[in-house]
Design a protein around this ligand. Sequence first.
Ligand SMILES: Nc1nc2c(c(=O)[nH]1)N[C@H]1C(S)=C(S)[C@@H](COP(=O)(O)OP(=O)(O)OC[C@H]3O[C@@H](n4cnc5c(=O)[nH]c(N)nc54)[C@H](O)[C@@H]3O)O[C@H]1N2
Ligand SMILES: Nc1nc2c(c(=O)[nH]1)N[C@H]1C(S)=C(S)[C@@H](COP(=O)(O)OP(=O)(O)OC[C@H]3O[C@@H](n4cnc5c(=O)[nH]c(N)nc54)[C@H](O)[C@@H]3O)O[C@H]1N2
Ligand code: SF4
Ligand SMILES: [Mo]
Length: 701
Amino acid sequence: MKAALTTLPMEQTSSHCCFCSMQCGLTLIPSDKSPGLTIKPSPDFPVATGRLCQKGLNAMDHVIHPERITEPLHRTFGELRSWHEVTWTYAFKDIADRIKRLQAKHGNDAVAVYGGGSLTNEVCYLLGKFTRVALRSKYIDYNGRYCMSSAAAASNQAFGLDRGMTMPLSEIPYAKFIILAGTNIAECQPTMMPYLLDAKKNGAVIVTIDPRNTMTSKVADIHVRLQPGFDSVFINGLLHVMIEEKLVADAFIRERTVGFDQLKEEVRPFTPARVEELTGILEGVVRTIARGFAKAETGIVLTARGLEQQVNGVENTLNYINLALLTGKIGRRGCGYGAVTGQANGQGGREHGQKADQLPGYRLIEDPAAREHVARVWGIDPDDLPGKGVSAYELLQKVDEGEIKALIVLGSNPIVSSPNSRMVERALQKLELLVVVDMFETETAKFAHYLLPGSSFLEAEGTMTNLEGRVFHRGKALELPGNAKLDYQIICELANGLGYGAYFQYAGIEDVFKELALATAGGKADYSGITYDRLKAEKGIFWPCPSSEHPGTPQLFKESFYHADGKARLFGIKPKMPAEPIDTDYPYVLTTGRLSNHYLSGAQTRRTEGLNKKAPVPVAEIHPWLAGRIGLGVDQKIRITSRRDSLVFQVKVTEGIQPRTVFVPFHWGEELSVNKLTNDALDPTSRMPEFKICAVKVERA
Ligand SMILES: Nc1nc2c(c(=O)[nH]1)N[C@H]1C(S)=C(S)[C@@H](COP(=O)(O)OP(=O)(O)OC[C@H]3O[C@@H](n4cnc5c(=O)[nH]c(N)nc54)[C@H](O)[C@@H]3O)O[C@H]1N2
Ligand SMILES: Nc1nc2c(c(=O)[nH]1)N[C@H]1C(S)=C(S)[C@@H](COP(=O)(O)OP(=O)(O)OC[C@H]3O[C@@H](n4cnc5c(=O)[nH]c(N)nc54)[C@H](O)[C@@H]3O)O[C@H]1N2
Ligand code: SF4
Ligand SMILES: [Mo]
């Protein structure tokens, strides 16, 4: 493999960080040091003006990394196991021939696509179109299933619309009471912290709810250290107090919601005394938070993966939404609910057809009107559109079961990021064709027949949609290295090889966006009033934006919600057990998550020296009580065993974690990959895996 070469002359100097959903603006400036450019915060992008976190500042390192793949690589397993370079012409032809043969023998659905939430709207859109039009397969899903699916399902059920945040970040400083649940903003969206600190300066009370003391809980007035899995019990306690003490917004509930009576019944048994018994959270704390939030003139509730990545993730999220609805804190200044989106384009990535049941514009693939509309834009017969497929993990199970024979992965590293990952490892080895489009030979690419060099964020122009629902344009800054290709061109050329090139003729990426905008017209995530010209002039437009005169919609739900009757839905939640409750054999809870210096499967940040040296390996966090129980000595490691596997980790002993809980970050592969231990039980609605809870044994190693 050749060292990656980046021809540094720039086409433009502004871009956006490739990592989290804040999508901070950055500027490339010439420097004396290699590679001749450094990254500085953008002085004018209105989301995190003048700020970047450590990841953003170091975001160029992986782009110019010597391990970057710059030529199409091919290998046959068996005798010849090592990669050899091939031409793009050879790769496209051979991949298309193999797909055609597999589909002739096993049917169209034998070939599947697995996408990602870091990709531009245009690439996400094309992946969906490619699967339905060129492969004519129903099987596509993406890594966002592991990320935003529970929040998405809950927002759709409650509001009739899923845009992560119902309001722009600029509303946060006006909130007088902020609840942050299962969201570690200080490490995961660091440049959002100034908004919270501004609110605090304006007198806001901040409550964090998390089994660990985090960097985020440091700014909280009250930190609720809950055992994983108990959010709905705790929230029912808050709702109980609000109703019992008549603190709810009667007029808002009457005029703008449905379902209050059922909710009232459900929370009746959850007196603060009972909640204390079940969770250990003092009665007085329950009352203080309930009263504080309900009585505050304005308030915001933010949730993230902590309570969403559970088999009860949708219900947990619905219960947090209940807090905002019951107190009328939505659709006005300083108020709102937000599921804090994770990936760079985690928002746009879930709107344009990468989901198994979805067509562009957040349309449902099973809705005849939606099929009709999108088929017309694509120039095909609606009857030729496949039906709905299955969720990401279930798709990988179908690989394991042999129903799916070929898989194209673009923008994800599912061996590191999927639960119960030994299953995934086994499954991928059964594939007759695995094509990975990436910048690196990831853990997943180790099992690929083809590894195709795709583009990095600095090389690919396109649009992204940040955690607020703000659509913006990201220009091309650098030339592609070697023979790497733009992701969108790879998809179009694969379609061409399959004989469907006529449906993928674009003069450039802006052309793809124009078609995307048409395909979304009239859908829930309506981008039809957005153009590249507007985005360049306006520095972002909030969807829905249904016409060229429409200014976009920063604050949602001012007058009505998106259900047919305009009302939101309250759902009374009966708290349920996790899929794998602790017992005498497996007496502790393993929860997993992130660190500030690494991003997701680590494919990019483990190759970034400045970040990797700060956290070279995963370190498990345990409470001194647990350390004492297992007789842990100085510098000893621990063995964590779940029903699926057993791994050894370095340890940090900290008072800051709930005593029965162990936390391990998931950014590593192979024998350091905590996903070998995690449970693959799925939420019945969102099909989100239970990354945040599984029962484990902990011993000295
Ligand atoms: N540095 C960094 N930033 C990132 C990412 C990254 O990998 N690294 N990833 C991005 C992506 S894709 C995402 S989705 C977001 C994720 O952002 P977050 O969801 O904020 O991150 P996590 O660490 O997964 O989980 C958040 C917290 O949930 C807590 N938690 C665990 N179980 C429970 C529970 O039962 N209830 C409650 N209330 N809390 C619980 C954990 O202790 C943890 O502190 O971050 C984005 N930003
Ligand atoms: N145990 C546990 N597991 C989890 C989670 C957890 O909290 N706990 N969180 C889950 C969550 S929230 C998420 S989002 C998933 C994410 O899981 P993954 O999707 O596996 O995460 P990434 O590391 O972002 O993988 C993206 C891959 O695409 C490549 N890539 C990045 N940008 C581009 C591009 O523009 N073009 C191309 N062609 N390739 C690109 C990168 O090099 C990388 O290999 O992990 C999930 N897994
Ligand atoms: S906050 Fe997120 S988008 Fe901003 S620099 Fe850090 S990782 Fe990048
Ligand atoms: Mo995520």
